[in-house]
Design a protein around this ligand. Sequence first.
Ligand SMILES: [Zn+2]
Length: 59
Amino acid sequence: MIASYHVAVLALLHAGLLVPGETYDIEVLHDDDCSLLVRRGTCDCEPEIRVREVHRAVC
Ligand SMILES: [Zn+2]
């Protein structure tokens, strides 16, 4: 079973919001009763996904 947050991140990729080859810091905020957090199984909530592009230093 694929975790809910994996589906959410893949949806961002398919929507063109994540560009292959770029680096992102992705924060996943799960619901308090998410099975992943209470150790009952994989993520089954509708997490909030926060994405921040990581810019590389130019030398
Ligand atoms: Zn979750």
